[in-house]
Design a protein around this ligand. Structure first.
Ligand code: B12
Ligand code: SF4
Length: 589
């Protein structure tokens, strides 16, 4: 095997780290055609309906890092005989239109999981209709589920909206449309009736997640330092009630059990087949809140750990998950680490008590601080979500937040990433802002003003001085790239622990991270002082950009030199152990 230039030179393809838990390189673009022969089916059900599967179903969605929602929808449809074509919403619109024209689909299903994409969907859907595509158009995802009326108004070409978990509803919709029956009777949808919007009875959330076949992942996995990574789910739903989060509303509005966990043995079985069939060594658990909190989920986690050890995977694969600060316990996390956990994404969200209350996090600053400290003690890499600004922000709370970040990041363990809370549809905080007349903007750019105009001025001056997309957010920004290299180092530590010089690289990256963070903190500090005492800032966009470029150059030089020097050992670590047992029995002693 040969390593590509991309593998070595992050400058050719800057590591695509998003403002998100973890990002990987090389996401496929465009149309992803199904290869049904390779598709793993875990469970099959006896067909109870006579189906007309003569025309395919097209699913359109955001594919970067692999879209599990589309994956489950596609695999469920295929399990019942339908052929499915998946298109990436980021593909050129003409390509999506051409695919639809060529394949004469029965349904096109659009997946809108980020509400700010709605205009992009609106445009493509309009183009499809203009091109003469007449089949049934439906849309699913968080925003359409919670704001179905607005969705149908904003996108008049849609025939229906599928609300909440979509597998069974889309399948029934396909069955009914295929057989020429009235689709308006299908439970779980919304549709237009003249000027009004009607809904059918809501469909319950699926109780047994293991009834689904494995999600379709028929795309090239993204890679990190050459190791392939794929997303998966151990559970769905979240029991918490953060005020800024539409997920909790999504799973609470539909009838049925809010949090459902899969059987640990079946999750491990899915990992094992992906390891053996696709060479996947990094697993990204996308569960909103990995099952860890309270005695029942602790037992679940313990069973999962035992299964990983029993399968032989714990020494061959690594994984990342998302959790909250109040789930972090040293003994539990040490056992997760020993079973392959290497990266934890924690939604810390705020570093001051008022902010945590506004966001209804139901954790304290002390808990956040302790969780970070424990993760460091256990030796786990962590990344975090943090909102420097929220609707209750004051100059004091912003200062406290920056000091919180200074404390947890003092050792350069992670790059500073922060944002302003956005009031998404379906969230309690959006409803509250609307109630008190503070909600501004629209679906694409929901907005609000702070109560203290000095905070609004601070926010605007900060956004104009710091190139947010160059430093904090986006695949090519500095903080995400610093985190990306720390992520690579953590992977190398786990996958090839004997590599010489790794501690030196780690130290260099930590130093750069400290220095980069420090500049961001200095900027916020100075702007805060100006907001209180007046005066003019000494920071300019150009000055910050010079710093940013210097950091990036130093980072990439250090990283690329290290990878080039150790390419043989790194290549060796990519091997898959084919002797691992395929069947459910202990594979190694
Ligand atoms: C994985 C993930 C990502 C991945 C995306 C991977 C991908 N391609 O899907 C990455 C890391 C890239 C990502 C990035 C971001 N994310 Co994100 N992400 C998630 C997360 C944690 C899981 C998604 C998932 O796999 N769910 C599991 C599947 C099975 O469920 P599902 O997607 O809901 O799909 C089901 C139903 O919705 C429905 N359905 C969905 N689509 C369709 C279509 C049809 C036709 C039908 C019938 C049904 C249907 O049926 C599906 C199966 O049951 C969600 C939270 C969540 N629980 O969904 C946040 C979430 C989607 N992300 C969110 C946000 C805010 C972001 C970022 C903006 C973060 C940031 N600060 O930058 C970025 C935006 C990236 C961009 N586009 O620029 C928000 C979206 C809020 C909103 N209302 O718009 C969410 C909801 C998190 C939250 N708690 O608020 N994210
Ligand atoms: S932010 Fe996370 S923990 Fe809070 S409700 Fe949403 S998914 Fe759950």
């Amino acid at each position: 095997m040969e390593l590509t230039a991309q593998f070595f030179d992050a400058r050719c393809l800057k590591p695509r780290c998003g403002p998100t838990p973890l990002s990987f390189t090389g996401a496929p673009k465009g149309v992803i055609m199904p290869d049904v022969s390779q598709f793993p089916v875990l469970h099959t059900r006896a067909a109870t309906v006579l189906r007309n599967t003569s025309r395919p179903i097209i699913l359109v969605g955001f594919q970067h890092q692999g879209n599990l929602g589309l994956g489950y929808l596609a695999s469920t449809l295929r399990q019942h005989g339908y052929s499915v074509v998946i298109c990436d919403i980021e593909a050129p619109p003409d390509q999506i239109v051409a695919t639809a024209m060529q394949s004469n689909p029965m349904i096109i299903g659009f997946s809108l999981i980020f509400q700010f994409y709605i205009l992009q969907y609106q445009r493509i859907i309009g183009m499809l209709r203009e091109a003469g595509v007449q089949c049934h158009f439906t849309m699913g995802g968080h925003f359409p589920s919670l704001s179905h009326v607005q969705t149908l108004k904003m996108v008049p070409e849609l025939d229906s909206v599928v609300r909440f978990e979509g597998e069974m509803t889309l399948l029934e919709l396909a069955d009914v449309i295929g057989n020429g029956h009235d689709w308006r009777t299908v439970p779980g949808i919304a549709y237009r009736m003249g000027d009004a919007i009607s809904t059918t009875p809501m469909r319950s959330l699926v109780d047994d997640l293991d009834q689904f076949p494995y999600p379709d992942r028929n795309y090239e996995p993204e890679t990190a330092i050459g190791h392939k990574a794929l997303p998966l789910l151990a559970s769905r739903g979240c029991a918490r009630t953060c005020s800024f989060c539409s997920i909790q509303t999504f799973y609470r509005t539909a009838p049925g059990k809010i949090v459902r966990t899969r059987k640990p043995a079946l999750v491990v079985e899915e990992m094992r087949s992906l390891y053996l069939d696709r060479g996947i060594k990094i697993f990204l658990f996308q569960d909103d809140d990995f099952p860890l909190f309270g005695p029942v989920w602790r037992r679940w986690a313990a069973d999962f750990v035992s299964e990983l050890h029993r399968s032989g995977l714990s020494s061959r694969v690594i994984w990342k998950m998302n959790c909250r600060a109040d789930s972090v316990d040293p003994a539990v996390f040490a056992s997760l680490r020993d079973a392959g956990l290497y990266l934890v994404y924690m939604g810390l969200e705020s570093g001051n008590e008022e902010g945590l209350k506004t966001l209804h996090k139901q954790v304290t600053v002390e808990q956040n601080l302790r969780a970070v400290q424990l993760l460091k003690q256990v030796g786990l890499l962590f990344e975090f979500g943090f909102m420097l600004f929220d609707p209750g922000s004051t100059l004091d709370s912003v200062r406290t937040n920056i000091n919180f970040l200074r404390t947890i990041l003092a050792d350069g363990c992670a790059a500073a990433v922060f944002c302003r809370m956005l009031p998404y549809d379906g969230t309690p905080i959006k409803d509250e802002l609307e109630r008190v007349g503070r909600l501004k903007g629209d679906v694409v750019k929901p907005d609000y003003d702070f109560l203290d105009p000095r905070v609004t001025a601070l926010y605007h001056s900060l956004s104009s001085i710091v190139d947010v997309w160059g430093w904090i957010h986006g695949y090519r920004a500095l903080s995400p790239q610093l985190n990306w290299v720390s992520n690579e180092i953590a992977i190398m530590e786990r996958m090839c622990p004997a590599l010489p010089g790794l501690p030196d690289l780690k130290q260099t990256v930590r130093r750069l991270t400290q220095e980069s963070n420090d500049i961001l903190f200095q900027v916020v500090d100075e702007l805060l002082n100006i907001a209180v005492n007046g005066g003019a800032t000494t920071w300019t966009n150009a000055k910050l950009d010079r710093h940013r470029r210097q950091f990036l150059d130093q980072l990439l030089d250090a990283r690329n030199a290290y990878v080039s020097l150790h390419q043989n050992a790194l290549l060796d670590s990519l091997q898959i152990d084919a002797s691992l047992s395929r069947i459910d029995e202990p594979a190694i002693a």
